[in-house]
Design a protein. Structure first.
Length: 230
């Protein structure tokens, strides 16, 4: 085993932050796009489709934690049962609340890094988040996660997949992601990895609105269908 593989699973905390920031970012975009009245036409369809995609992503993300990661942590850290019970209970909620995201980042992921090695975490990640997915699905996930990332976290993220697949995803699917974002958010919204790390105080924080939510977006449209960029 390499020295890096035997180190604590610090990558876990980085990736969890990336996932949560992507959720915060698009929940804020969704809230802004809906505004006081739902958009019409093709944009309404695009927003509703993306809301369904986000819920599907969130379901699989929670399932991977509840069935794969948390049971492993329970074995290594019996003292953390209450914390993990709370994490699983929070997963039953449709929209991720800010306290839950912070709880995972500030409590659960430091615990993961403390009891798993980097190699163990990567085995879980490969088994539950990468293995079995088509390149198209990996590309959809990847570009969504890359959007707005600073260079350091961007590098960490893209190296979770092998080089040949990474090149195809980055070079072959960037234009598609930009086009999809333009349809749902409008062409004025900048997408893609950031050129520099944003100040820590500018980290996005989503506050669930009193108005339209993801479930509202899902009702707009009854259609069944629900990375460095060029």
């Amino acid at each position: 085993m390499s020295k890096r593989a035997s180190q604590p699973a610090y990558t876990a905390t980085t990736i969890m932050g990336i996932v949560h920031d992507a959720l915060r970012r698009d929940l804020m975009r969704l809230q802004s796009a809906l505004g006081s009245a739902p958009p019409d036409g093709d944009r309404r369809v695009a927003i509703a489709d993306h809301a369904r995609w986000m819920m599907d992503f969130l379901h699989h993300h929670h399932q991977a934690e509840d069935t794969g990661l948390w049971p492993l942590i329970r074995q290594r850290a019996p003292q953390a049962q209450d914390l993990l019970d709370r994490m699983e209970a929070d997963h039953a909620q449709l929209t991720p609340a800010a306290p839950h995201l912070r709880g995972e980042e500030d409590e659960a992921m430091p615990l993961v890094a403390g009891v798993l090695t980097e190699a163990e975490w990567r085995r879980w990640d490969q088994a539950h988040n990468i293995k079995g997915k088509s390149i198209g699905r990996l590309a959809a996930d990847g570009h969504w996660l890359m959007d707005g990332l600073d260079p350091a976290r961007y590098t960490t993220l893209i190296h979770l997949v092998p080089a040949p697949v990474r090149i195809i995803i980055i070079k072959g699917y960037a234009r598609r992601y930009r086009a999809q974002c333009a349809r749902r958010w409008g062409p004025s919204i900048a997408v893609g990895p950031a050129e520099a790390a944003p100040p820590a105080e500018n980290r996005p924080e989503f506050t669930p609105p009193r108005g339209p939510s993801i479930s509202t977006a899902r009702r707009f449209h009854s259609h069944p269908h629900p990375w460095r960029m060029q």
